[in-house]
Design a binder for this molecule. Structure first.
Ligand code: SAM
Ligand code: SF4
Length: 485
């Protein structure tokens, strides 16, 4: 206990966030957000159409414009917004959808977030930190599914400090099964110091993800105890990551804690501040988890006021898509299949499949709610998910070339903002998809997938590129792996 206390007292370094504050204030100003929301009520249809047109030109929106979108009432206008959201995604990312799996490594936590199953005061949850051997087994089980990208998740605790996280990243990258390996490891962990983040940068962290949960200062204060109670340490964590040279940072809000319109505005202000300070580089992805029930956690039942309906969820996803056209958008298996079906066309770029969030549950194939942080709702396997995507003409991409050949940070933003990601990435998506189909897919999925590859190959207009992709596809058939253009 003493050791934990002394660890806690050394985590937060106020000088590392105070420098980003202006006159002691954050870039999130609650009053200003509410004023913008009020000032943009009852927007004229004409104005909404102008805003949609701006977003279709892939320009990031201003807070007044996003606030206006959030107040559309007319059903027809919403349909126009939904359509625009799909088009923007196609313009920037093409028909690619990235798939990944979350891997929960440790659920020890010193904090007491009211909504989370892992909070320190919850005695209904079984605590578990994977040993490095157990981690290897988990990674092997994921590689055998065909996974190539992970998001590794950790509670905040000295048992999962930065040295432990670094060690687990190394082990994950090193674990191989036949041709298979994890090629990109993203991290969702507590806010860290610049020095700690530099260590993770050196190990080769993919995206670093920290959700603000709620941008509303007062609500934040009410729901968090422990280290996480410090709003600023969290709010500027991704600024520190950029400072440390972690190129790809990911923001998010936990919808259901406070007013959803307010949170969308918060996400936008966050994106704007990152852009402003880091040479135009905004968030690599935005997440919009909805609050879920969790073992031993009565919060969800008490939280009727702010829970977001499916209908509002679709609206908020589409508004985020229009507001920050260049960013990736993650829709997790917290959502049931029928919601994912409806929300996918609204601009989503990443989905997880084959998800099991019990610590240590992949290798055992176990469903273990007592080791889970919350309950998931879409339990389709990776194979089923891939088949579903392919049947919708979406090409599931396992490509991580962006990371391997330096297409991250500033370079990626530049390309994304010009709407050119898919020119670069579609060929690689096809190649990695081919690998997946050969190595992991069921016969049914392979059939649907091969058909899609044939169509996508036809759709490549550049003759030289088409030739290369064809040649690479043949080489993959013959057994080569990890080819990318
Ligand atoms: N401990 C780190 C932190 O809080 O940043 C990282 C891990 S935490 C387990 C990952 C995310 O899960 C949180 O940022 C939060 O948004 C989300 N989460 C927590 N409780 C949840 C719940 N009941 N339903 C849905 N998502 C939840
Ligand atoms: Fe701990 Fe993160 Fe859960 Fe809060 S959300 S209790 S910090 S694991």
């Amino acid at each position: 206990e003493e050791a934990v206390k002394s660890w806690i007292s050394n985590v937060i370094k106020p000088e590392q966030y105070e420098k980003y504050m202006e006159n002691g204030k954050d870039f999130i100003n609650d009053e200003e957000i509410w004023e913008k929301l009020k000032a943009n009520r009852n927007p004229e249809p004409q104005r909404i159409r102008e805003i949609i047109a701006k977003a279709l030109d892939l320009e990031r929106l201003e807070p007044d414009e996003t606030a206006a979108l959030l107040h559309v009432e007319d059903e027809e206008l919403w349909q126009e917004i939904f359509e625009a959201a799909g088009k923007i995604k196609e313009k920037v990312y093409g028909r690619r959808v990235v798939t990944f799996a979350p891997l929960y490594v440790s659920n020890y936590c010193v904090n007491d977030c009211e909504y989370c199953g892992y909070r320190v005061s919850n005695d209904k949850v079984k605590r578990k930190r994977l040993t490095l051997d157990e981690l290897r087994e988990e990674v092997k089980a994921l590689v055998k599914q065909g996974q190539k990208r992970l998001i590794m998740v950790y509670g905040e605790h000295p048992a999962s400090d930065v040295e432990f996280i670094a060690e687990t990243l190394k082990v994950t990258y090193e674990t191989k099964v036949g041709n298979g390996e994890i090629r990109r490891v993203n991290v969702n962990a507590a806010p860290m110091s610049v020095e700690d983040l530099e260590l993770l940068r050196d190990i080769g962290i993919g995206t670093y993800q920290v959700f603000q949960e709620t941008y509303h200062h007062e609500t934040y204060k009410k729901l968090h105890r422990g280290l996480k109670a410090n709003y600023q340490w969290r709010l500027y964590s991704l600024h520190r990551a950029q400072e440390a040279g972690v190129d790809d940072v990911a923001i998010g809000a936990l919808f259901g804690l406070y007013d959803w319109r307010f949170e969308v505005m918060g996400l936008l202000y966050h994106a704007i501040d990152l852009e402003k300070r880091f040479d135009g580089v905004g968030p690599h992805t935005i997440s919009f988890p909805r609050l879920e029930p969790a073992v031993g956690t009565p919060f969800y039942e008490k939280q009727k006021n702010y829970l977001v309906s499916d209908e509002d969820f679709m609206k908020l996803v589409a508004v985020i898509r229009l507001s920050v056209p260049y960013t990736g958008m993650i829709l997790t298996a917290r959502e049931p299949a029928h919601v994912r079906e409806k929300v996918l066309p609204l601009g989503v770029t990443q989905l997880d499949f084959g998800t099991n969030i019990g610590v240590g549950s992949y290798s055992k194939g176990a469903f273990d709610p007592e080791k889970q942080q919350f309950l998931i709702n879409d339990d389709r396997s990776l194979d089923e998910g891939i088949r579903w995507l392919a049947s919708k003409g979406k090409i599931p991409s396992f490509c991580t070339a962006g990371y391997r050949c330096g297409r991250t940070g500033n370079y990626f933003m530049d390309v994304a903002k010009k709407g050119k990601v898919h020119h670069l990435c579609m060929p690689n998506a096809i190649l990695t998809f081919k690998e997946y189909l050969l190595d992991y897919a069921s016969p049914e999925t392979r059939k649907v997938g091969e058909e899609l590859i044939r169509k996508e190959l036809e759709a490549i207009t550049h003759p030289e590129l088409k030739k290369i992709v064809k040649e690479y596809l043949e080489r993959i058939e013959k057994g080569e792996r990890d080819l990318y253009v």
